[in-house]
Design a protein around this ligand. Structure first.
Ligand SMILES: NC(=O)c1ccc[n+]([C@@H]2O[C@H](COP(=O)([O-])OP(=O)(O)OC[C@H]3O[C@@H](n4cnc5c(N)ncnc54)[C@H](OP(=O)(O)O)[C@@H]3O)[C@@H](O)[C@H]2O)c1
Length: 214
């Protein structure tokens, strides 16, 4: 079971849709059960045959083996602190990019721990942490007819966990999972999100990345 904490946002819904289309059972989490249900219904409207349900973040974290953290950076610490029991022993996939916006321009926030992913590991040390999907556009994910033509860089220190997330990334049409090394490297993927958002603004596009030469 794959669960999404903060799964009612576009990134959570988009990834949930793509994984459910690949045959995974997916749960969308929220602080509000009705909002989670509405988000699950909205995703099912796009793809009626998929297996998807909604629930409170607490229940979703408890019921899932793989738990995506898809909340804004400012919400990560309090959210994870409230779920430490439910997340013990789980595979946590962190998609959080710490960003600030000024006059529409995005910039990466400096995080004391080094990155959102490293901060998450410090808050929930008895889970396995992988960071990935930072550079994938939610809008593109939510258009299931589209092949993404992108690479998804996956960072983590547990080889088996990283392999399973690379394989999960490859279930998204047109996407390839790339081994990005240890969790320390997550900071580069997080920061790159700011650049992509600024490129999006200039080109009125949904830019993503491709690693060449690999
Ligand atoms: N959007 C993208 O294209 C994209 C791409 C790559 C990475 N990301 C990253 O993915 C994460 C999610 O992105 P998003 O655009 O989906 O975010 P979002 O819409 O701003 O937020 C996602 C969900 O987080 C929950 N949330 C918001 N504030 C909260 C708080 N103070 N405490 C607890 N929960 C809170 C909300 O769910 P409830 O109100 O239902 O609880 C909300 O629907 C972000 O960290 C972002 O940097 C986004």
């Amino acid at each position: 079971m794959i669960g999404f904490i903060g799964g009612t946002g576009p990134e959570g819904r988009g990834l949930a849709l793509r994984f459910a289309l690949a045959g995974e059972q997916v749960l969308i989490g929220s602080r509000d059960a009705a909002r989670a249900q509405a988000a699950a219904d909205s995703v099912r409207e796009i793809a009626p045959s998929i297996s998807i349900a909604g629930g409170l973040n607490t229940d979703v974290a408890a019921q899932s083996d793989t738990v995506f953290v898809a909340v804004p950076y400012a919400a990560q610490k309090p959210t994870l602190e409230s779920l430490t029991e439910e997340l013990r022993g789980k595979l946590i996939v962190n998609v959080v990019a710490p960003l600030a916006f000024s006059k529409g321009v995005a910039s990466a926030i400096r995080v004391e721990a080094g990155s959102a992913a490293l901060e998450a590991r410090a808050i929930v040390p008895d889970a396995t942490h992988v960071a990935a999907f930072h550079n994938v556009s939610a809008q593109e994910l939510l258009s299931p007819e589209r092949a993404l033509d992108t690479d998804i860089v996956v960072c983590g220190d547990d080889a088996d966990a990283k392999r399973s997330v690379i394989a999960l990334a490859a279930t998204i049409k047109g996407a390839r999972g790339i081994d990005g090394g240890g969790l320390e490297n997550a900071r580069y993927c997080e920061d790159l999100t700011a650049l992509l958002l600024n490129i999006n603004r200039i080109y009125k596009a949904h830019s993503m990345i491709k690693i060449v030469g690999v």
